[in-house]
Design a protein around this ligand. Structure first.
Ligand SMILES: Nc1nc2c(ncn2[C@@H]2O[C@H](COP(=O)(O)OP(=O)(O)OP(=O)(O)O)[C@@H](O)[C@H]2O)c(=O)[nH]1
Ligand SMILES: [Mg+2]
Length: 146
């Protein structure tokens, strides 16, 4: 099966997303290092995106995956994704808005905009609490299986 790497700030909801995609119960656990979940989901700690000195590790590890998810919480008005960030990866980047259950339509729109500015070619809005948006995600993952 093809692999996906999650990139996003701490608390963005990357691990929760992995848990739902892997049919596990959602359970909070701070990610401390890069971790493979269910054989195909590569979870990363938010610090890798937030700390300039660690960002390069994401680009190196991206060589091992087929697809990248840029994960942005709708309840977070700021983003750590530089404009055009997707261009630094040789892999397709999909934007994932998380925590839609906590946000207004306006906030969701803002998160989508941030992800598109980062170069995400497609954006999916999700809530891991309400389990919405996952059919679309599974569809994207399937498409990628070729
Ligand atoms: N309301 C709501 N809370 C969420 C959602 N997704 C995640 N959370 C909560 O947000 C917090 C952080 O979620 P994580 O999935 O651990 O975040 P992360 O991106 O893996 O964070 P790091 O491991 O620190 O990089 C947890 O308390 C989750 O329960 C969601 O869709 N809705
Ligand atoms: Mg995590």
């Amino acid at each position: 099966m093809k692999k996906v790497m999650m990139i996003g700030k701490t608390q963005a909801g990357k691990t929760s997303l992995c848990q739902i995609l892997n049919n596990e119960k959602m359970q909070y656990c701070k990610t401390q290092s890069m971790e493979i979940i269910g054989g195909r989901l590569l979870d990363t700690p938010g610090e890798y995106l937030e700390r300039p000195g660690m960002k390069g590790a994401l680009n190196v590890t991206a060589a091992d995956v087929d697809l990248i998810f840029f994960v942005q919480s709708a309840s977070d008005e700021s983003s750590m994704f530089p404009p055009g960030y997707a261009g630094s990866f040789m892999k397709p980047c999909i934007g994932i808005v998380t925590k839609a259950d906590l946000a207004s339509e306006e906030q969701i729109g803002q998160a989508k905009k941030l992800l598109r500015m980062a170069g995400a070619k497609e954006v999916v809005v999700t809530s891991s609490v309400c389990k919405t948006g996952f059919e679309e995600l599974f569809e994207i993952l399937k498409e990628q299986e070729g």
